[in-house]
Design a protein around this ligand. Structure first.
Ligand code: CDP
Ligand code: CDP
Length: 207
């Protein structure tokens, strides 16, 4: 069983994807981390994220980088959204994601284009939403608890910039697949959001 979980920044898709993977006993891939790793390499090598050839050169990262907590920084997320708009960057990371999705036994992946590009054949697709202000509040709390001094207003502005960039790019834009089930987590606790997600997946895959 393949489950695709897509949605904008801090909508709760990662939390839901991890819980679904645990529930069904299948592996999970946070695909945003791959783009964040490219961004971290761009920074480390002093490359220009806006130049496609630079961003492609940064795709050759060591997998140990994926465990670096620095990947979760707000600035890394911004650069990830710049590099991820390049078609050649998306192409360089595609095979790995498709292979993960289609491994024997199934998988859960979360990102922006899982239901549309990586696994259009997924058995269940969720598109997770929440209002920008609620997402900014969640992400701000998260960053603050990790010692960041970034302001709520800055996090909200960055989320809006990233939403716009991710939704308007021509290759694999952030958009719900036609057959995706919408889940708005704005006013749901984590437990309620996870229960709802499991119920939606059950409804789609039962029988
Ligand atoms: O966790 P959050 O939603 O803030 O971000 P993320 O999932 O780690 O993704 C960081 C950036 O990578 C996004 O803003 C997208 O530009 C890009 N991304 C993408 O283009 N396609 C994916 N499947 C996953 C992430
Ligand atoms: O993966 P994505 O960026 O979409 O979001 P996440 O990492 O799953 O969630 C972002 C933050 O919001 C985390 O700190 C979650 O614990 C929190 N969250 C929440 O408060 N309520 C929810 N219904 C879902 C997530």
């Amino acid at each position: 069983m393949i489950i695709a979980v897509d949605g904008p920044a801090a909508s709760g898709k990662g939390t839901i994807a991890r819980a679904l993977a645990r529930h069904y006993g299948v592996p999970h891939l946070d695909t945003g981390l791959l783009y964040r790793a490219v961004a971290a390499q761009v920074l480390r090598l002093d490359l220009d994220p806006a130049i496609e050839a630079d961003a492609v050169a940064a795709c050759d990262f060591d997998d140990t980088l994926l465990a670096d907590p620095g990947l979760r920084d707000d600035a890394t997320g911004q650069i990830a959204s710049i590099v991820s708009a390049h078609p050649l960057v998306r192409a360089a990371l595609m095979q790995r994601q498709k292979k993960f999705a289609h491994q024997p036994g199934g998988a859960v992946l979360d990102g922006r284009d899982i239901g549309t590009v990586i696994a259009p054949d997924a058995d269940a697709k969720l598109f997770v939403r929440a209002t920008p202000m609620i997402r900014a509040r969640r992400r701000h709390d998260e960053l603050k608890s990790r010692g960041s001094a970034i302001s709520y207003d800055q996090v909200l502005a960055d989320i809006r910039t990233r939403d716009d960039r991710d939704s308007s790019r021509s290759t694999a834009p952030l958009v719900a697949a036609e057959d995706a089930m919408e889940l708005d987590t704005s006013f749901l606790s984590i437990d309620a959001a996870v229960s709802r997600a499991i119920a939606l997946v059950e409804g789609r895959t039962a029988g």
